[in-house]
Design a protein around this ligand. Sequence first.
Ligand code: 5CA
Ligand code: ZN
Length: 412
Amino acid sequence: MRPWSAPEVPALPVTGPAVSLHDTATRSLRPTAPQGAARLYVCGITPYDATHIGHAATYVGFDLLNRAWRNAGHHVTYVQNVTDVDDPLLERAEKVHVDWRELAERETELFRQDMAALRVLPPQHYIGAVESIPLVIALIERLQERGAVYSVEDDLYFSVTADDAFGGVSGLSREEMVRIFPERGGDPDRDGKKDPLDCVLWRAERPGEPAWDSPFGPGRPGWHIECTAIALEHLGMGFDVQAGGSDLVFPHHEMCAGEAQVARPGVSFARVYAHAGMVGFDGEKMSKSRGNLVFVSALRNSDVDPMAIRLALLRHHYRDDWEWTDDQLWDAVDTLADWRRALALGHGAAAAPVVDQVLAALADDLDAPTAVAAVQRWVETTLGTDGLADTSDHEAAATLRALLDAALGLAL
Ligand code: 5CA
Ligand code: ZN
Protein backbone atom coordinates (compact mmCIF):
# COMPACT_ATOMS: atom_id res chain seq x y z
CA MET A 1 0.00 0.00 0.00
CA ARG A 2 1.01 3.59 -0.39
CA PRO A 3 2.19 5.08 2.93
CA TRP A 4 1.55 8.73 3.76
CA SER A 5 3.89 11.54 2.80
CA ALA A 6 7.07 12.07 4.80
CA PRO A 7 7.71 15.43 6.43
CA GLU A 8 11.14 17.05 6.15
CA VAL A 9 13.07 16.40 9.36
CA PRO A 10 15.89 18.80 10.22
CA ALA A 11 19.29 17.47 11.27
CA LEU A 12 20.42 18.17 14.83
CA PRO A 13 23.82 19.58 15.81
CA VAL A 14 24.48 16.69 18.22
CA THR A 15 23.92 12.93 18.23
CA GLY A 16 21.36 11.73 20.76
CA PRO A 17 22.03 9.07 23.38
CA ALA A 18 21.31 5.33 22.94
CA VAL A 19 17.60 4.59 23.37
CA SER A 20 16.15 2.49 26.20
CA LEU A 21 12.61 1.19 26.10
CA HIS A 22 10.31 -0.59 28.51
CA ASP A 23 9.85 -4.21 27.45
CA THR A 24 6.55 -5.87 28.31
CA ALA A 25 8.05 -9.38 28.16
CA THR A 26 10.74 -8.79 30.76
CA ARG A 27 8.91 -5.96 32.54
CA SER A 28 12.10 -3.93 32.51
CA LEU A 29 13.79 -1.03 30.81
CA ARG A 30 15.94 -2.47 28.04
CA PRO A 31 18.64 -0.78 26.00
CA THR A 32 17.85 -1.05 22.30
CA ALA A 33 21.06 -1.78 20.42
CA PRO A 34 20.15 -1.96 16.76
CA GLN A 35 22.73 -3.63 14.53
CA GLY A 36 22.55 -1.93 11.19
CA ALA A 37 19.16 -0.34 10.64
CA ALA A 38 16.83 -0.36 13.63
CA ARG A 39 13.84 -2.56 12.80
CA LEU A 40 10.42 -1.44 14.04
CA TYR A 41 6.98 -2.98 13.55
CA VAL A 42 3.98 -1.03 14.81
CA CYS A 43 0.60 -2.71 14.39
CA GLY A 44 -1.64 -0.66 12.11
CA ILE A 45 -5.34 0.15 12.16
CA THR A 46 -8.33 -1.95 11.29
CA PRO A 47 -9.79 0.62 8.91
CA TYR A 48 -13.48 0.76 9.74
CA ASP A 49 -13.44 4.06 11.60
CA ALA A 50 -11.13 7.00 11.20
CA THR A 51 -8.25 7.87 13.51
CA HIS A 52 -9.42 8.53 17.05
CA ILE A 53 -7.28 10.17 19.73
CA GLY A 54 -6.36 6.78 21.24
CA HIS A 55 -4.93 5.60 17.91
CA ALA A 56 -3.16 8.93 17.47
CA ALA A 57 -1.57 8.66 20.94
CA THR A 58 -0.17 5.22 20.13
CA TYR A 59 1.24 6.20 16.72
CA VAL A 60 2.66 9.50 18.00
CA GLY A 61 4.16 7.58 20.94
CA PHE A 62 6.10 5.19 18.71
CA ASP A 63 6.96 7.99 16.30
CA LEU A 64 9.09 9.25 19.19
CA LEU A 65 11.02 5.98 19.06
CA ASN A 66 11.57 6.31 15.32
CA ARG A 67 12.84 9.87 15.86
CA ALA A 68 14.98 9.01 18.91
CA TRP A 69 16.71 6.25 16.93
CA ARG A 70 17.32 8.57 13.97
CA ASN A 71 18.66 11.26 16.28
CA ALA A 72 20.97 8.64 17.80
CA GLY A 73 22.38 8.04 14.31
CA HIS A 74 20.47 4.90 13.26
CA HIS A 75 18.68 4.23 10.04
CA VAL A 76 15.23 2.90 10.80
CA THR A 77 13.28 0.29 8.87
CA TYR A 78 9.69 0.83 9.90
CA VAL A 79 6.88 -1.53 8.94
CA GLN A 80 3.17 -1.15 9.60
CA ASN A 81 0.19 -3.24 8.50
CA VAL A 82 -3.41 -2.39 7.71
CA THR A 83 -5.92 -5.03 8.81
CA ASP A 84 -7.97 -4.49 5.68
CA VAL A 85 -9.97 -7.69 6.01
CA ASP A 86 -11.22 -8.89 9.40
CA ASP A 87 -14.47 -9.52 11.26
CA PRO A 88 -15.01 -6.02 12.70
CA LEU A 89 -14.41 -4.39 9.31
CA LEU A 90 -16.84 -6.75 7.55
CA GLU A 91 -19.46 -6.29 10.27
CA ARG A 92 -19.25 -2.50 10.06
CA ALA A 93 -19.39 -2.55 6.25
CA GLU A 94 -22.53 -4.64 6.35
CA LYS A 95 -24.13 -2.45 8.99
CA VAL A 96 -23.59 0.76 7.04
CA HIS A 97 -24.28 -0.88 3.65
CA VAL A 98 -20.90 -0.05 2.15
CA ASP A 99 -18.63 -2.41 0.28
CA TRP A 100 -15.94 -3.53 2.77
CA ARG A 101 -13.14 -2.65 0.31
CA GLU A 102 -14.50 0.85 -0.13
CA LEU A 103 -14.82 1.32 3.64
CA ALA A 104 -11.25 0.10 4.21
CA GLU A 105 -9.86 2.30 1.46
CA ARG A 106 -11.70 5.38 2.67
CA GLU A 107 -10.69 5.00 6.31
CA THR A 108 -7.10 4.14 5.42
CA GLU A 109 -6.89 7.31 3.37
CA LEU A 110 -8.27 9.37 6.25
CA PHE A 111 -5.71 7.74 8.57
CA ARG A 112 -2.91 8.69 6.16
CA GLN A 113 -4.05 12.30 6.15
CA ASP A 114 -4.31 12.36 9.95
CA MET A 115 -0.83 10.86 10.35
CA ALA A 116 0.66 13.35 7.89
CA ALA A 117 -1.05 16.26 9.69
CA LEU A 118 0.34 15.03 13.02
CA ARG A 119 3.80 14.72 11.43
CA VAL A 120 4.10 11.03 12.22
CA LEU A 121 6.94 9.67 10.06
CA PRO A 122 5.56 7.12 7.60
CA PRO A 123 6.65 3.47 7.50
CA GLN A 124 8.80 2.39 4.55
CA HIS A 125 6.57 -0.65 4.15
CA TYR A 126 2.85 -0.07 4.62
CA ILE A 127 1.27 -3.45 3.99
CA GLY A 128 -2.35 -4.55 3.81
CA ALA A 129 -3.60 -7.94 5.00
CA VAL A 130 -5.22 -8.60 1.62
CA GLU A 131 -2.03 -8.00 -0.35
CA SER A 132 -0.17 -10.27 2.13
CA ILE A 133 -2.32 -13.36 1.55
CA PRO A 134 0.45 -15.19 -0.41
CA LEU A 135 2.84 -14.54 2.50
CA VAL A 136 0.25 -15.78 4.98
CA ILE A 137 -0.33 -18.97 2.97
CA ALA A 138 3.41 -19.70 2.78
CA LEU A 139 3.77 -19.15 6.53
CA ILE A 140 0.83 -21.45 7.34
CA GLU A 141 2.44 -24.13 5.14
CA ARG A 142 5.66 -23.69 7.09
CA LEU A 143 3.74 -24.11 10.37
CA GLN A 144 2.12 -27.23 8.93
CA GLU A 145 5.59 -28.68 8.26
CA ARG A 146 6.40 -27.97 11.88
CA GLY A 147 3.30 -29.91 13.00
CA ALA A 148 1.68 -26.88 14.62
CA VAL A 149 -1.52 -26.71 12.56
CA TYR A 150 -4.80 -28.64 12.78
CA SER A 151 -8.30 -28.15 11.49
CA VAL A 152 -11.64 -27.70 13.15
CA GLU A 153 -14.22 -28.24 10.44
CA ASP A 154 -12.63 -26.30 7.55
CA ASP A 155 -10.82 -23.70 9.68
CA LEU A 156 -7.12 -24.02 10.48
CA TYR A 157 -5.79 -23.44 14.00
CA PHE A 158 -2.35 -22.80 15.43
CA SER A 159 -1.31 -25.01 18.37
CA VAL A 160 0.05 -22.64 20.96
CA THR A 161 1.77 -25.51 22.81
CA ALA A 162 4.13 -25.87 19.82
CA ASP A 163 5.99 -22.82 21.15
CA ASP A 164 7.82 -23.57 24.40
CA ALA A 165 8.05 -19.84 25.08
CA PHE A 166 4.28 -19.27 24.68
CA GLY A 167 3.07 -16.85 27.36
CA GLY A 168 6.43 -15.10 27.51
CA VAL A 169 5.27 -11.83 25.98
CA SER A 170 2.31 -11.13 28.24
CA GLY A 171 3.47 -13.04 31.31
CA LEU A 172 -0.20 -13.88 31.94
CA SER A 173 -1.32 -17.08 33.65
CA ARG A 174 -3.35 -19.55 31.61
CA GLU A 175 -6.47 -18.61 33.58
CA GLU A 176 -6.00 -14.93 32.74
CA MET A 177 -5.38 -15.75 29.08
CA VAL A 178 -8.51 -17.87 28.86
CA ARG A 179 -10.51 -15.08 30.47
CA ILE A 180 -9.21 -12.32 28.15
CA PHE A 181 -9.11 -14.34 24.91
CA PRO A 182 -12.84 -14.12 24.01
CA GLU A 183 -12.87 -10.37 24.69
CA ARG A 184 -10.26 -9.90 21.95
CA GLY A 185 -11.48 -12.05 19.09
CA GLY A 186 -10.63 -15.50 20.53
CA ASP A 187 -12.92 -18.54 20.69
CA PRO A 188 -11.76 -20.63 23.68
CA ASP A 189 -14.99 -22.64 23.87
CA ARG A 190 -15.19 -23.92 20.31
CA ASP A 191 -15.67 -27.69 20.12
CA GLY A 192 -12.85 -29.61 18.51
CA LYS A 193 -10.03 -27.31 19.62
CA LYS A 194 -7.02 -29.01 21.19
CA ASP A 195 -6.29 -26.10 23.48
CA PRO A 196 -8.77 -23.30 24.28
CA LEU A 197 -6.03 -20.75 23.50
CA ASP A 198 -5.28 -21.97 19.97
CA CYS A 199 -5.96 -19.22 17.42
CA VAL A 200 -7.33 -19.21 13.89
CA LEU A 201 -4.79 -19.18 11.06
CA TRP A 202 -7.17 -19.60 8.13
CA ARG A 203 -10.89 -19.02 8.31
CA ALA A 204 -12.78 -21.04 5.71
CA GLU A 205 -15.20 -19.15 3.47
CA ARG A 206 -18.57 -18.29 5.03
CA PRO A 207 -21.59 -17.27 2.96
CA GLY A 208 -21.46 -13.57 2.11
CA GLU A 209 -17.83 -13.15 3.24
CA PRO A 210 -14.86 -12.49 0.98
CA ALA A 211 -12.55 -15.44 0.37
CA TRP A 212 -9.31 -16.23 -1.46
CA ASP A 213 -8.14 -19.52 -2.93
CA SER A 214 -5.52 -21.40 -1.01
CA PRO A 215 -4.13 -24.93 -0.66
CA PHE A 216 -6.42 -25.18 2.39
CA GLY A 217 -9.54 -24.23 0.46
CA PRO A 218 -11.11 -20.81 -0.03
CA GLY A 219 -11.02 -18.54 3.00
CA ARG A 220 -9.19 -15.62 4.58
CA PRO A 221 -6.34 -15.14 7.05
CA GLY A 222 -6.81 -15.02 10.80
CA TRP A 223 -5.75 -11.79 12.46
CA HIS A 224 -2.46 -12.64 14.19
CA ILE A 225 -0.84 -14.50 11.29
CA GLU A 226 -1.15 -11.36 9.18
CA CYS A 227 1.26 -9.38 11.37
CA THR A 228 3.56 -12.38 11.84
CA ALA A 229 3.87 -12.86 8.08
CA ILE A 230 4.38 -9.16 7.31
CA ALA A 231 6.98 -8.68 10.05
CA LEU A 232 8.95 -11.79 9.06
CA GLU A 233 8.93 -10.79 5.40
CA HIS A 234 9.99 -7.17 5.84
CA LEU A 235 12.04 -7.26 9.07
CA GLY A 236 13.00 -10.89 9.68
CA MET A 237 13.24 -12.79 12.95
CA GLY A 238 14.67 -11.05 16.02
CA PHE A 239 13.82 -7.51 14.94
CA ASP A 240 14.24 -4.71 17.44
CA VAL A 241 10.77 -3.64 18.57
CA GLN A 242 7.20 -4.78 18.09
CA ALA A 243 4.81 -2.12 19.27
CA GLY A 244 1.15 -1.31 19.70
CA GLY A 245 -1.38 -0.36 22.34
CA SER A 246 -1.58 -2.40 25.55
CA ASP A 247 -4.76 -4.09 24.31
CA LEU A 248 -2.53 -5.95 21.84
CA VAL A 249 -0.28 -7.60 24.46
CA PHE A 250 -2.59 -10.60 24.63
CA PRO A 251 -3.60 -12.34 22.49
CA HIS A 252 -2.23 -10.47 19.49
CA HIS A 253 1.46 -10.03 20.24
CA GLU A 254 1.61 -13.29 22.18
CA MET A 255 0.20 -15.18 19.18
CA CYS A 256 2.44 -13.38 16.67
CA ALA A 257 5.50 -14.34 18.73
CA GLY A 258 4.27 -17.92 19.14
CA GLU A 259 3.64 -18.42 15.43
CA ALA A 260 6.96 -16.88 14.42
CA GLN A 261 8.97 -18.81 17.01
CA VAL A 262 7.52 -22.11 15.78
CA ALA A 263 8.13 -21.22 12.12
CA ARG A 264 11.68 -19.95 12.78
CA PRO A 265 12.89 -21.46 16.04
CA GLY A 266 15.99 -20.32 17.85
CA VAL A 267 15.46 -16.62 18.51
CA SER A 268 12.61 -14.59 19.87
CA PHE A 269 10.31 -12.86 17.37
CA ALA A 270 11.14 -9.34 18.62
CA ARG A 271 13.81 -8.23 21.07
CA VAL A 272 11.50 -5.81 22.81
CA TYR A 273 7.69 -5.65 22.99
CA ALA A 274 6.58 -2.09 23.65
CA HIS A 275 3.04 -1.08 24.58
CA ALA A 276 1.26 2.23 24.85
CA GLY A 277 -1.37 2.95 27.47
CA MET A 278 -5.05 3.26 26.65
CA VAL A 279 -6.68 6.63 26.17
CA GLY A 280 -10.15 6.94 27.63
CA PHE A 281 -12.99 9.38 27.11
CA ASP A 282 -16.05 9.84 29.30
CA GLY A 283 -14.83 7.23 31.75
CA GLU A 284 -14.14 4.37 29.34
CA LYS A 285 -11.46 3.21 26.94
CA MET A 286 -11.91 5.09 23.68
CA SER A 287 -12.92 2.44 21.20
CA LYS A 288 -14.82 1.95 18.02
CA SER A 289 -17.05 -0.64 19.61
CA ARG A 290 -18.06 1.71 22.47
CA GLY A 291 -18.47 4.66 20.14
CA ASN A 292 -17.00 7.20 22.63
CA LEU A 293 -14.65 8.63 20.08
CA VAL A 294 -12.89 11.90 19.44
CA PHE A 295 -11.61 11.92 15.87
CA VAL A 296 -8.44 13.64 14.75
CA SER A 297 -10.09 14.49 11.43
CA ALA A 298 -13.08 16.12 13.19
CA LEU A 299 -10.72 18.33 15.19
CA ARG A 300 -8.77 19.19 12.05
CA ASN A 301 -12.00 20.02 10.24
CA SER A 302 -12.85 22.50 12.96
CA ASP A 303 -9.51 24.22 12.33
CA VAL A 304 -7.68 22.87 15.35
CA ASP A 305 -3.93 23.15 14.82
CA PRO A 306 -2.64 19.55 14.47
CA MET A 307 0.48 20.61 16.38
CA ALA A 308 -1.76 21.41 19.37
CA ILE A 309 -3.27 17.90 19.15
CA ARG A 310 0.24 16.48 19.04
CA LEU A 311 1.40 18.56 22.02
CA ALA A 312 -1.66 17.51 24.05
CA LEU A 313 -0.68 13.86 23.39
CA LEU A 314 2.99 14.46 24.18
CA ARG A 315 2.10 15.76 27.62
CA HIS A 316 1.26 12.19 28.61
CA HIS A 317 3.83 9.44 28.92
CA TYR A 318 3.13 6.88 26.20
CA ARG A 319 2.82 4.05 28.74
CA ASP A 320 0.23 5.76 30.94
CA ASP A 321 -3.50 5.22 30.69
CA TRP A 322 -5.25 8.58 30.63
CA GLU A 323 -8.50 10.37 29.81
CA TRP A 324 -8.88 12.83 26.96
CA THR A 325 -10.60 16.11 27.81
CA ASP A 326 -11.07 19.11 25.53
CA ASP A 327 -9.40 21.31 28.16
CA GLN A 328 -6.10 19.61 27.44
CA LEU A 329 -6.40 20.65 23.82
CA TRP A 330 -7.15 24.30 24.63
CA ASP A 331 -4.26 24.28 27.08
CA ALA A 332 -1.96 23.00 24.35
CA VAL A 333 -3.20 25.76 22.01
CA ASP A 334 -2.26 28.39 24.64
CA THR A 335 1.10 26.77 25.31
CA LEU A 336 1.96 26.72 21.61
CA ALA A 337 1.12 30.43 21.39
CA ASP A 338 3.71 31.11 24.14
CA TRP A 339 6.24 28.85 22.46
CA ARG A 340 5.75 30.60 19.12
CA ARG A 341 6.10 34.00 20.81
CA ALA A 342 9.43 32.95 22.34
CA LEU A 343 10.66 31.45 19.06
CA ALA A 344 9.74 34.63 17.16
CA LEU A 345 12.34 36.56 19.18
CA GLY A 346 15.16 34.73 17.40
CA HIS A 347 17.43 34.87 20.41
CA GLY A 348 16.78 33.44 23.86
CA ALA A 349 18.12 31.42 26.76
CA ALA A 350 20.93 28.97 26.00
CA ALA A 351 19.66 26.25 23.70
CA ALA A 352 22.39 23.61 24.01
CA PRO A 353 21.32 22.36 27.48
CA VAL A 354 17.72 22.07 26.27
CA VAL A 355 18.85 19.95 23.34
CA ASP A 356 20.64 17.61 25.75
CA GLN A 357 17.71 17.46 28.16
CA VAL A 358 15.13 16.76 25.46
CA LEU A 359 17.19 14.08 23.71
CA ALA A 360 18.07 12.44 27.04
CA ALA A 361 14.41 12.37 28.15
CA LEU A 362 13.25 10.81 24.88
CA ALA A 363 16.05 8.23 24.90
CA ASP A 364 14.89 7.23 28.39
CA ASP A 365 11.71 5.31 27.50
CA LEU A 366 10.32 8.09 25.32
CA ASP A 367 9.67 10.45 28.22
CA ALA A 368 7.90 13.20 26.29
CA PRO A 369 6.40 14.97 29.35
CA THR A 370 9.92 15.59 30.71
CA ALA A 371 11.06 16.78 27.28
CA VAL A 372 8.08 19.15 27.01
CA ALA A 373 8.80 20.52 30.50
CA ALA A 374 12.40 21.29 29.48
CA VAL A 375 11.14 23.27 26.47
CA GLN A 376 8.61 25.06 28.68
CA ARG A 377 11.40 26.18 31.05
CA TRP A 378 13.36 27.54 28.09
CA VAL A 379 10.29 29.45 26.89
CA GLU A 380 9.65 30.94 30.33
CA THR A 381 13.28 32.00 30.74
CA THR A 382 13.38 33.43 27.24
CA LEU A 383 10.16 35.40 27.70
CA GLY A 384 11.17 36.46 31.22
CA THR A 385 7.90 35.13 32.66
CA ASP A 386 9.60 34.53 35.99
CA GLY A 387 11.97 37.52 36.18
CA LEU A 388 14.44 38.92 33.67
CA ALA A 389 14.32 37.66 30.11
CA ASP A 390 17.47 35.77 29.05
CA THR A 391 18.42 36.53 25.46
CA SER A 392 22.06 35.51 25.55
CA ASP A 393 21.92 32.82 22.84
CA HIS A 394 21.51 34.42 19.41
CA GLU A 395 20.93 31.08 17.68
CA ALA A 396 18.49 29.84 20.29
CA ALA A 397 15.27 29.96 18.27
CA ALA A 398 16.78 28.21 15.25
CA THR A 399 18.20 25.47 17.48
CA LEU A 400 14.95 25.04 19.39
CA ARG A 401 12.90 24.92 16.19
CA ALA A 402 15.08 22.14 14.80
CA LEU A 403 14.95 20.28 18.11
CA LEU A 404 11.17 20.51 18.45
CA ASP A 405 10.74 19.28 14.90
CA ALA A 406 13.34 16.48 14.87
CA ALA A 407 12.79 15.09 18.36
CA LEU A 408 9.15 15.83 19.17
CA GLY A 409 7.62 16.19 15.70
CA LEU A 410 6.39 19.70 16.49
CA ALA A 411 6.99 22.01 13.53
CA LEU A 412 6.43 25.56 14.80
N1 5CA B 1 -5.31 -3.85 13.27
C1 5CA B 1 -5.08 -4.18 14.63
C2 5CA B 1 -3.62 -4.34 14.96
S1 5CA B 1 -2.84 -5.49 13.88
C3 5CA B 1 -5.70 -3.15 15.57
O1 5CA B 1 -5.61 -3.33 16.78
N2 5CA B 1 -6.30 -2.12 14.99
S2 5CA B 1 -7.05 -0.95 15.81
O2 5CA B 1 -7.51 -0.03 14.79
O3 5CA B 1 -8.03 -1.50 16.66
O4 5CA B 1 -5.99 -0.24 16.69
C4 5CA B 1 -4.86 0.38 16.12
C5 5CA B 1 -3.84 0.72 17.22
O5 5CA B 1 -4.40 1.68 18.11
C6 5CA B 1 -3.46 -0.49 18.10
O6 5CA B 1 -2.08 -0.42 18.43
C7 5CA B 1 -4.29 -0.30 19.33
O7 5CA B 1 -3.68 -0.88 20.47
C8 5CA B 1 -4.32 1.21 19.45
N3 5CA B 1 -5.49 1.71 20.20
C9 5CA B 1 -6.80 1.39 20.00
N4 5CA B 1 -7.58 2.03 20.89
C10 5CA B 1 -6.75 2.78 21.67
C11 5CA B 1 -6.95 3.67 22.79
N5 5CA B 1 -8.16 3.93 23.25
N6 5CA B 1 -5.86 4.25 23.33
C12 5CA B 1 -4.62 4.01 22.85
N7 5CA B 1 -4.36 3.20 21.79
C13 5CA B 1 -5.42 2.58 21.23
ZN1 ZN C 1 -0.88 -6.43 14.49
